[in-house]
Write a protein that binds this ligand. Structure first.
Ligand code: ATP
Length: 246
């Protein structure tokens, strides 16, 4: 049996002496997309930090395709195929769209060497522009001239340039108007899921449920629900029990 793409094996984590995540278990198959949902302060971002290596868990293991990466530093994880598009975007305003995307390809260059990476980078740009056509049209525009939604697309595009096996999206719709958030998820739906697993963190979002294969709800640092996304979205009792129905 092949190992899951990602496993969180009994993770307990927190800050100083305060535990936030408690004995958390999660497994994500290759090509699967997961919506990680929960109220403000439930611990979603903390879990994300454990996945990318910014926070070392107090106990438990993070496994990528069966290999224990718990002790691997955050800056090394992109080389293993873990990429984060963070909340707040963090793009380079003075660089063009294409330059921002090329910055995301540094992990590919380090991993594949200069010659092999050239073709992969070109392929990556093509894929990003196919997924987010507006970025292709404006490839020479500076990052600071983009709208909030376009900046978010660029942050995701930059993460994709690392050719991740696991793409983590932290609240991609934060601060976006509903129409723009809809467009963003529509674009995400165009991504071929066969090539990568995706974890998207949202406070509460029907859009995330429409996009994901599976839903996992976090409450006070514990997993309280893990089911097919369609089931969670259809169940009004679940939706209103864990978060206000959107
Ligand atoms: P949000 O939707 O607000 O981002 P969240 O589900 O992502 O919420 P976390 O950001 O993981 O939740 O926070 C979980 C708990 O951990 C909260 O009680 C928060 O106050 C606490 N916390 C988060 N970051 C820190 C930190 N750096 N130091 C101490 N406590 C923290």
């Amino acid at each position: 049996m092949t190992a899951p793409l990602l496993s969180l094996d009994g993770i307990t984590a927190g800050y100083r002496t305060t535990p936030v995540i408690r004995d958390f278990r999660l497994s994500l198959a290759e090509g699967e997309s997961l919506a990680l949902l929960g109220a403000n302060g439930a611990g979603k971002t903390t879990l994300m930090k454990v996945m990318v290596g910014l926070l070392r868990p107090w106990s438990g293991r993070v496994l990528l395709r069966g290999s224990d990466i718990t002790e691997v530093a955050a800056e090394e994880r992109p080389l293993l195929g873990v990429a984060l598009a963070p909340e707040g975007r963090g793009i380079f305003g003075t660089l063009s769209i294409e330059e921002n995307l090329l910055m995301g390809a540094l992990a590919v260059r380090r991993k594949e060497g200069r010659r092999a990476s050239r073709a992969l980078v070109a392929e990556g740009l093509e894929q990003v522009y196919e997924t987010f056509p507006v970025l292709g049209k404006r490839r020479d525009d500076k990052g600071c001239h983009l709208s909030g939604g376009q900046q978010q697309m660029l942050a995701i595009g930059r993460a994709l340039m690392a050719r991740p096996a696991l793409l983590l999206l932290d609240e991609p719709c934060l601060g976006l108007a509903p129409k723009v958030a809809g467009e963003l998820y529509e674009a995400l739906g165009r991504l071929s899921t066969a090539e990568r697993g995706v974890v998207v963190v949202e406070e509460s979002s029907r859009r995330a449920l429409g996009f994901a294969d599976r839903a996992c709800v976090v409450k006070l640092g514990r997993k309280v629900l893990d089911c097919p996304a369609a089931e969670a979205g259809d169940d009004e009792a679940i939706m209103s029990a864990y978060f206000g129905v959107e």
